[in-house]
Ligand binder design. Structure first.
Ligand code: VTB
Ligand code: MG
Ligand code: MG
Length: 333
């Protein structure tokens, strides 16, 4: 019996236990439902807080000895799910966890598309321990030759290379970029190529994931500077679905360089490949909070709460979509 239990959560052999693949769906489902109750109420902090509380409660039921390595901020700054917090029952595999209980708090508060509850679980030591700074990112979906896009190429060259690899005109490429003043030059450079831009208010984890299915989402490439934690989460997702991504931390002050160094980052200018940000076996789950291009938001029906989740595992490259009808409504408070 003891052996059996150990087996259920072992990280040996094929990586993380596959049972967790389905278990983590519950974690994002529950966070998404909590946040969705506050959709469109204009209160991002409240929505974020309920998502954090809900995610933590469900996470602590998982048979893992988990450590949050990408979380809601460094200790003392965030009340819960801070970097270094231990989660899970403590009985089970030692794993690292990256999470964002509500990715796109503003989107949720305004009830705009693509806010998500997200989590990634990986073998100990296999996620990039990134400080909460900005990261420059570039990502495309699967099916292109390795190195098609690169952070050390100009935006115009990247768009041209992608169009060539896809076999379409540059004008048929759509880039997803966060709508920020810091991207004024990037936006200008991409527009000058003739490509289209989907400007998003927030939510670049979704932006990166959307590149994996351009037929459905209309997005071919994600470019620009967003949060480093969101970069690691996006890399974890792409490891499972397939695709290419690079990231470079924006360590532009001595204080940030020092903080990164304390987290083990010695070269502040390093370009990280997707595999450097999320190695080994990785499990990823995202549940839609608001309606989006890939996932529906939570529905509160009379007799059930309906959630839409994508769960995946890198070692098998399995991608599952789970539409769940939750009828035990008390569970969600
Ligand atoms: C992005 C986006 C997030 O932060 O990472 C962004 O994906 C970057 O920060 O949803 P700024 O808002 O400061 O530009 C979010 O918007 C919030 O986590
Ligand atoms: Mg968050
Ligand atoms: Mg976020």
């Amino acid at each position: 019996m003891a052996d059996r239990q150990a087996d259920v959560t072992s990280t040996t052999g094929n990586g993380l236990d596959r049972i967790l693949t389905l278990e983590i769906a519950r974690v994002t489902e529950r966070a998404a439902v909590a946040a969705a109750r506050l959709r469109g109420r204009g209160d991002e902090k409240a929505a974020d807080q309920v998502a954090v509380d809900a995610m933590r409660a469900e996470l602590n039921r998982l048979p893992i000895a988990g450590t949050v390595v990408i979380g809601e901020g460094e200790r003392d700054e965030a009340p819960m799910l801070y970097i270094g917090e231990e989660v899970g029952t403590g009985q089970g595999a030692d794993v690292d966890i990256a999470l964002d209980p509500l990715e796109g708090t503003t989107i949720c508060a305004k009830n705009l598309p693509n806010s998500l509850a997200v989590i990634a679980i990986a073998e100990k030591g296999s996620l990039l321990y990134a400080p909460d700074v900005y990261m420059e990112k570039i990502a495309i979906g699967p099916g292109y030759p390795a190195g098609t896009v690169r952070l050390d190429m100009s935006p115009a060259d990247n768009i041209a290379a992608l169009a060539r690899a896809k076999g379409v005109a540059v004008s048929e490429i759509t880039a997803c970029i966060l709508d920020r003043p810091r991207h004024a030059r990037l936006i200008e450079a991409v527009r000058a190529t003739g490509a289209a831009i989907r400007l998003i208010g927030d939510g670049d984890v979704a932006g990166v994931i959307h590149t994996t299915n351009p037929d459905e989402t209309g997005i071919d490439i994600y470019i620009g500077i967003g949060g480093a934690p969101e970069g690691v989460l996006a890399a974890a997702a792409l490891r499972c679905i397939g695709g290419q991504m690079q990231g470079r931390l924006q360590l532009n002050t001595p204080e940030k360089v020092a903080r990164a160094l304390r987290m083990g980052i010695e070269d502040p200018n390093r370009i990280y490949q997707m595999e450097d940000m999320a190695r080994g076996d990785v499990l990823f789950s995202a549940t839609g909070v608001t309606d989006g291009n890939m996932l529906d938001g939570v529905r509160f029906n009379r007799d059930a709460i309906v959630t839409h989740t994508i769960v995946m595992r890198s070692s098998s490259r399995t991608v599952r979509e789970i539409k769940a009808r939750h009828q035990d409504l008390d569970k969600f408070g």
